[in-house]
Write a protein that binds this ligand. Structure first.
Ligand SMILES: NC(=O)c1ccc[n+]([C@@H]2O[C@H](COP(=O)([O-])OP(=O)(O)OC[C@H]3O[C@@H](n4cnc5c(N)ncnc54)[C@H](OP(=O)(O)O)[C@@H]3O)[C@@H](O)[C@H]2O)c1
Length: 217
């Protein structure tokens, strides 16, 4: 991997295109793959995320050092997880019943949704991040390094090197990265949990990602 990883994004919806815009602006090479149902994706991307390159899923996986999965959680199985061996994969998805419908197996499972996604390919270097702010806030709340009141975003995952790579990407996107440790801590970033959707500093978010601190609060 060179200094700046090539980023591939699955999902050219609200989150995928917002991230593509920000990443291109930050100097990253960005590949993006949409759903087979989307037509004229080249035209759409040239307008909403100029500079990002529309590719097939196969080309995206081959070219990308980092893959961001930004499709509806319920469509997660349609992403080619078996091809993600060794790739750093960012799970930006949330299980959201109004969109995904109620999925009984997910609700009965004590694992975080990112652990469920990790189980789709244990050889992927899965990181959960970018899921706990609104797509519109990705641009609105982005601030340069050192800015006062910079918003924090968490990075959790079982591969410390992968977390470090994504922390650098988060910083380049205009947010303070907070290393939240193991992927299981992703539970604290899911809808309904205190960190979800809140504008927090790095110190405030760090407390919420520390299970003992959360219990003591
Ligand atoms: N909206 C937010 O503010 C926000 C913020 C953070 C995280 N998230 C999470 O991010 C994910 C995406 O949210 P969104 O709001 O961007 O949804 P969205 O606007 O509906 O966009 C998702 C896109 O992914 C496409 N897609 C489905 N399967 C695909 C596949 N296998 N390969 C490539 N593209 C595929 C969908 O196409 P089809 O319609 O044809 O299926 C749709 O165009 C969700 O899991 C959501 O919970 C959302």
């Amino acid at each position: 991997m060179t200094d700046r990883p090539v980023i591939g994004i699955f999902g050219a919806g609200k989150v995928g295109t917002a991230l593509a815009r920000l990443l291109v602006a930050a100097g990253y090479e960005v590949r993006i793959a949409g759903s087979p149902r989307q037509t004229a994706l080249d035209l759409l991307v040239s307008v909403v995320a100029p500079g990002a390159i529309v590719t097939s899923p196969e080309e995206l996986v081959a070219a990308a050092d980092v893959i961001i999965v930004a499709v509806p959680f319920g469509k997660g199985p349609t992403v080619p997880w078996p091809r993600f061996d060794g790739k750093i994969v960012v799970d930006a998805m949330n299980y959201w019943p109004p969109i995904d419908g109620r999925i009984a197996e997910v609700e009965a499972d004590s694992r975080s949704t990112s652990e469920l996604n990790q189980a789709r390919n244990p050889a992927a270097r899965l990181v959960k991040s970018l899921n706990h702010l609104g797509y519109h806030e990705m641009e609105d709340d982005s601030l340069p390094p050192g800015a006062a009141l910079r918003r924090a975003l968490a990075v959790v995952g079982d591969d410390a090197d992968a977390r470090a790579v994504i922390a650098r990407v988060i910083d380049d996107l205009g947010f303070d990265p907070v290393d939240g440790g193991a992927l299981a801590h992703g539970r604290e970033l899911e809808p309904g949990h205190p960190a979800f959707g809140r504008e927090l500093s790095a110190a405030e978010l760090g407390v919420l990602l520390t299970p003992a601190a959360t219990r003591a609060a």
